[in-house]
Design a protein around this ligand. Structure first.
Ligand code: DC
Length: 211
């Protein structure tokens, strides 16, 4: 049986950085599950469909096969795909279409890795409720917006902090209040607040909890 580590949290909380480092340190496979929802969003935009159209979004999601997806596509990482992802992620049929892939990745990690680290919003609550370790990474929204604005500026997007903060509040609200699989810590998750914690310190804390 593979060891499963669930890392959940809101946007720009540091969950991706932590999850990637844990996977690298432990030699586990890593899946950024947000990319699955983003990929649905990118495809919806490509076919000029309405992200609110649940049937089309679910049809797109049902076609996915993790081993064939191009996670390096830069379109998956921009703000537009993040917003559309948050909309399609509210559809029950989209979530249902993506559950199996994620559980299979956790059960049988690619490359015969001894374990898997999955990061997202509902890994510890819905996708892998029996995960061996669960972390919920959070930070004050002003700090998260500051990180995201800096990241965007480094990519050449002259992001205005107030716009990023506004967008992030909107996305947080959507993720936390949606009816299906809302963003919330699992009852047995260790909460890591990165408001005043460096990436190194968060990693060290998570490793100490695993050991
Ligand atoms: O982590 P991210 O910013 O790439 O995620 C984009 C959106 O996808 C996020 O706003 C909500 C959705 N998502 C989700 O509903 N469940 C997940 N496990 C991962 C992401």
């Amino acid at each position: 049986m593979s060891i499963v580590i669930a890392v959940d949290g809101p946007a720009a909380s540091g969950k991706g950085t932590l999850a990637r480092r844990l996977a690298a340190e432990l030699g586990y496979a890593y899946l950024d599950t947000g990319l699955l929802y983003r990929a649905v969003g990118v495809e919806i935009l490509r076919v000029a469909a309405d992200p609110a159209d649940e049937a089309i979004a679910a049809d797109i999601a049902r076609e996915f096969c993790i081993s064939e997806m191009n996670f390096a596509d830069p379109a998956l990482r921009n703000e537009t795909s993040g917003h559309v992802a948050a909309v399609v992620a509210t559809h029950a049929n989209v979530r249902a279409a993506l559950v199996g892939l994620q559980r299979e990745f956790a059960r049988n990690p690619p490359g015969s890795a001894p374990g898997a680290v999955l990061d997202g919003r509902d890994i510890g609550t819905i996708i892998c409720p029996g995960a061996d370790y669960k972390f919920f990474v959070d930070a004050a929204i002003e700090v998260r917006a500051g990180r995201r604005a800096k990241e965007l500026r480094e990519k050449g997007d002259p992001s205005i902090y107030s716009r990023v903060l506004h967008d992030m509040k909107e996305r947080d609200l959507r993720d936390r209040t949606r009816k299906i699989a809302p963003l919330a810590p699992a009852a047995d998750a260790s909460v890591i607040d990165t408001t005043n914690l460096s990436a190194d310190a968060a990693f060290a804390l998570a490793m100490s909890l695993i050991k």
